[in-house]
Design a protein around this ligand. Structure first.
Ligand code: PSU
Ligand code: MN
Length: 304
């Protein structure tokens, strides 16, 4: 297994020195945001992690290796290239065996982070149960991963391109705790609230870290969702965003978009239809998640 892992110098040093490490995904860079904002955001998020006392490990697939930590040039390449595959659990082996480039989704990043001994992962939003999944059966592999891989995912909830209620039901069935950070309800990515209660509310990072430690002490396999609402000043108007999402979903339907293309298509449409306003919100919430996620990683590290 070790032969597939390739650590950056910074991450390797952090491991040797016993510093807390925070995993970051690369699909958000290659398929979630346009260039150059994607690369700039990725760099800024990494710096936020450093500034708050941990070391960032952006994860991707390159040259037959799982890269744990990317160089500046690699980050740029993943942000610019159009031949980077969106890599989820099912794609990892093929991409590694054929030495192709892959940007890891939440599911794949969790797998790689766990292999690298990293248990805290910061991103924007997770995949989930899509609207109409009772017919399409479109359920993100992210949810199955949360059920089985010991990595906590700090996110701003999930976009309402998904069926948030069914997503919560699925996580409940799989025994994945969903904690609201300073909130009683599941944030809906661009907006701070939804009408769906979270399982638990934590008002401080110590409560989150203690819950994670206890879960894994008990060998209760799987991750957890830590849902952190977008900062008020960047939250979008609920009506506006739901109109945009409706029309993005309609277009995806008409164009018969299926499989792994669905989420990137919807993300791109939402950005287009909001004149880039959603991108600004997206960037702000990822940075906010990086602050909270790093604080959780530092706290958890102190409990070991
Ligand atoms: N949701 C977002 N931004 C993203 C993604 C989801 O708001 O960038 C990406 C993540 O990498 C997530 C993936 O793991 O999309 C889910 O894709 P799918 O629905 O095909 O499982
Ligand atoms: Mn899907």
């Amino acid at each position: 297994m070790k032969q597939y892992l390739s650590f950056s110098e910074e991450v390797l040093a952090a491991k040797e020195q016993g510093k807390p490490i925070v995993a970051l995904e690369s699909t958000i860079i290659s398929h979630g945001m346009p260039y150059p904002q994607n690369v700039q955001t990725a760099r800024e998020v990494e710096q936020i992690v450093r500034d708050h006392g941990a070391v960032p490990a952006t994860i991707a697939i390159l040259d037959g290796k799982i890269k744990i930590g990317l160089s500046d040039d690699e980050l740029e390449m993943f942000g610019k290239s159009s031949d980077v595959a969106k890599a989820s659990r099912r794609d990892l082996a093929y991409l590694l065996a054929t030495k192709k480039k892959g940007a890891t989704t939440v599911a794949a990043t969790m797998i790689c982070a766990e292999l690298a001994g990293i248990h805290v992962f910061v991103t924007g939003g997770i995949g989930g149960v899509h609207r109409g999944a009772e017919v399409s059966m479109d359920i993100s592999a992210d949810l199955e991963e949360l059920a089985q891989t010991d990595v906590a995912v700090i996110c701003a909830g999930a976009k309402s391109i998904l069926d948030l209620k069914l997503t919560m039901e699925y996580l409940e069935t799989k025994g994945v705790p969903v904690m609201g950070y300073q909130t009683d309800v599941l944030p809906a990515f661009y907006t701070r609230t939804s009408d769906i209660p979270v399982n638990f509310r934590a008002d401080d990072v110590e409560t989150v870290a203690a819950t994670l430690k206890t879960k894994w002490d008990l060998q209760l396999k799987g991750g957890a969702v830590i849902a952190n609402p977008i900062p008020v000043e960047y939250a979008m108007n609920e009506k506006e965003i739901s109109t945009v999402i409706e029309s993005a979903l309609k277009e995806a339907n008409e164009k018969n978009i299926t499989g792994k293309e669905v989420t990137p298509f919807l993300l791109g449409k939402v950005k287009e239809l909001t004149d880039g306003k959603s991108l600004e919100s997206n960037i702000a919430l990822v940075k906010n998640n990086a602050v909270v996620g790093t604080q959780i990683a530092v706290s958890l590290h102190g409990m070991k």
